[in-house]
Design a protein around this ligand. Structure first.
Ligand SMILES: Cc1cc2nc3c(=O)[nH]c(=O)nc-3n(C[C@H](O)[C@H](O)[C@H](O)COP(=O)(O)OP(=O)(O)OC[C@H]3O[C@@H](n4cnc5c(N)ncnc54)[C@H](O)[C@@H]3O)c2cc1C
Length: 183
């Protein structure tokens, strides 16, 4: 797919998982997010036939909560099978996805297209464990000189947000060192 010349937009759509979404996993402490992630991955794999085939749904059917009687061709080589994707996620994730797709369709008319399909699941974006830092200095709360940032530290999920978090962290470090920087 590296030539980016396929007829398919191979794009990951992700939603934010907030602290309050992890309440029922609080018994796992800082690893709560990892347990939610594992649960979703096991559930998605569990409804399949043990192969790498992935569950999919027409975007229009996902928004209507309707099972897709057929799935169009896709770029996913192992193959797809029809499934009720909303049932695979906690409702707060399914609802945020639906709201997001409807908003996309408003700003990009035709986004919700007959042949558009969604495939589950993209579960590995930013780290589900966050390394604590001071919100202003961005320095670790107890280790001086350590500035947790980007995806691995749990502050970004994707190229742009990781770059922005890195940039803002460097600005915070420069400021703490008294280095003036252009806005
Ligand atoms: C297959 C795949 C596809 C993706 N597709 C997209 C996409 O289409 N769009 C999108 O927005 N995001 C995508 N992402 C996510 C995106 O790549 C990451 O969110 C982003 O790269 C995170 O940037 P980062 O700088 O925080 O971390 P990273 O890019 O992971 O950089 C961390 C760096 O630290 C280095 N490192 C690790 N340990 C050490 C050590 N001990 N000492 C020195 N160096 C070390 C690593 O080698 C690495 O270079 C994808 C990720 C993957 C894996």
């Amino acid at each position: 797919m590296s030539r980016r010349d396929s007829p398919y937009a191979n794009s990951g759509i992700v939603v934010a998982i907030e602290q309050e979404d992890l309440k029922e996993y609080s018994k796992y402490g800082p690893l709560a997010g990892m347990h939610l992630q594992a649960e979703i991955e096991q559930k998605v794999f569990g409804i399949g036939d043990g192969s790498q085939k992935a569950p999919a749904q027409r975007l229009k059917d996902f928004l209507k909560g309707k099972f897709s009687s057929s799935i169009p061709k896709s770029s996913y080589i192992p193959g797809l099978y029809s499934a009720d994707l909303a049932a695979l996620f906690p409702s707060h994730i399914a609802d945020r996805l639906k709201n997001g797709f409807r908003a996309f369709d408003k700003s990009m008319r035709g986004y919700v297209h007959d042949d558009a399909i969604i495939v589950a699941t993209e579960s590995r974006t930013s780290s589900p464990v966050r390394i604590p830092r001071d919100p202003v200095s961005r320095e670790h709360v107890s280790v001086k000189g350590l500035y947790p940032c980007g995806e691995g530290a749990g502050y970004a999920g994707g190229i742009i947000s990781a770059a922005m978090d890195g940039q803002n962290t460097v600005k915070a470090v420069a400021y703490s060192l008294g280095v003036q920087h252009e806005a």
